[in-house]
Design a protein. Sequence first.
Length: 188
Amino acid sequence: MLLYKSPNDNYSINNAETIEVFYNLRTDIDKLNYATAISKMVYDVTEENIPSYDILQLFLNTLYVISETDKNLDLIFSIFQIRLLAILGFLPQVDRCVNCDEPMLEEMEEFYFSLKDDGVKCKTCQKVDKSIVHLSKTSFSALVYALSCDAKKLYSFEIPNEDIEELKIFAKLYTTQKLDKEYNIVKF
């Protein structure tokens, strides 16, 4: 961008060049649909003149992955939602039970996420919580990875379709609860 500063200290854009246009989003209605949904989310959670580098990086990386790869769009959208919420400060407890502090062990096969208490619960504590979302070991691992990995490696994994569906349900419920708004993808 080339900015021009006027004598009264106002700036105006004199010239601009596009770095990336994400052309493939225009050629695939499904990709465009998902890109629109993430754009709406970013618009809703950011404010003008407030630096949001991490959100911008996540947004651009996600647009790139949607545009330039054939990865499962539901997986991309779910991971985007989880990571965006973490950037916004909604970082759930995933290493220990939020109720009794029992550690979550790698050898466990099932995990229970409490939407009410913002974290995982052990098998015993989850029995009395009606806000539990069941997560398989693979879905839970994807959740932990999305919360903690390097931004450039966020979309560097694949999981089976049944786990994608489970993660999609979790991400939708968690996003709806935290942002108090539902973001739906219209299927064509």
